[in-house]
Design a protein around this ligand. Structure first.
Ligand SMILES: Nc1ncnc2c1ncn2[C@@H]1O[C@H](COP(=O)(O)OP(=O)(O)OP(=O)(O)O)[C@@H](O)[C@H]1O
Ligand SMILES: [Mg+2]
Length: 247
């Protein structure tokens, strides 16, 4: 579904700090969940940013469902790509209420004025979306997002990111800051939402166990190339850990 061809990305080209991160990376992603693992600095976040159009590659091409999207900028890609970041404060407006944040996500890509931000007829729909999480957030519509816990914010980010049913969902260690129980809830919800809407999801994680449990496919990156690419059900946690440790 998403084809990445001959990707090349160098940071600080021509300086002493030059870093040739990707020299010729080609990889395809399908409408399923792919867990992306690899040591710190191997280029996971950069790859997601290149896909989101937030960074520009030096060379290479990207096609989504046969259409060349290489020239699409971040704004154009935001119409079909959503992201959830590691930091629970990213992707939400902390000084606005839960309701206002949901309304903002609902207006994504459309012009609006703040006064008309919240449309009353959508409130039940938002409440329903929050109730699906099972975290009681549907009773906190008027709470300011800055008063929510990290797990609650991250769950809200997930609901906001998937509200417009993006074709691609990019998750960059989106449960790294959460306690184990909340992390599990968010991962389960992520899995359910992406499977139900057949969203192509790329989930960066440092946890082999979560990768095996919540992804269909496991890709390990190492020094700018693919060190392992397998179906999740064909590999044990020990084998994955081995590859990961030596990547
Ligand atoms: N804007 C930038 N300018 C220069 N170098 C950068 C920039 N962004 C990232 N890098 C470098 O590129 C390399 C890959 O960074 P990236 O953030 O993609 O790694 P990562 O795999 O996401 O790591 P982590 O697991 O720590 O999140 C790192 O060495 C980083 O220092
Ligand atoms: Mg990263």
């Amino acid at each position: 579904m998403l084809q990445i061809r001959h990707l090349k990305k160098t940071y600080n080209a021509g300086t002493d700090n030059e870093l040739k991160l990707f020299e010729n990376l080609s990889i395809d992603f399908e409408a399923e969940t792919t867990a992306l693992l690899g040591p710190n600095g191997c280029g996971k976040t950069t790859l997601l940013e290149l896909i989101a159009g937030r960074k520009e590659q030096d060379e290479g091409a990207m096609c989504l469902q046969g259409k060349d999207i290489t020239a699409d900028g971040e704004r154009a890609r935001a119409a079909y790509i959503a992201r959830v970041h590691q930091d629970p404060s990213d992707g939400v407006a902390p000084s606005l209420s839960v309701l206002e944040n949901l309304a903002l996500a609902d207006h994504k890509g459309k012009p609006f004025t703040l006064r008309k931000l919240v449309r009353k007829e959508r409130i039940d729909f938002y409440r329903e979306k929050l109730a699906e999480l099972g975290l009681g957030l549907e009773n906190k519509l008027s709470s300011l997002v800055q008063d929510l816990s990290g797990g609650q914010r991250q769950s809200l980010s997930l609901v906001m990111a998937t509200m417009k049913e993006p074709r691609i969902l990019l998750l960059d260690e989106h449960t790294a800051a959460l306690d184990p129980a909340t992390s599990q809830t968010v991962l389960e919800k992520t899995r359910e939402l992406t499977a139900r809407h057949r969203i192509l999801s790329i989930m960066v994680t440092h946890e082999p166990r979560s990768a095996l449990r919540y992804a269909d496919r496991i890709v390990v990156l190492s020094r700018g190339s693919v060190a392992m690419d397998v179906r999740a059900e064909t590999i044990s946690e020990r084998e994955l850990l081995e590859t990961y440790l030596h990547a």
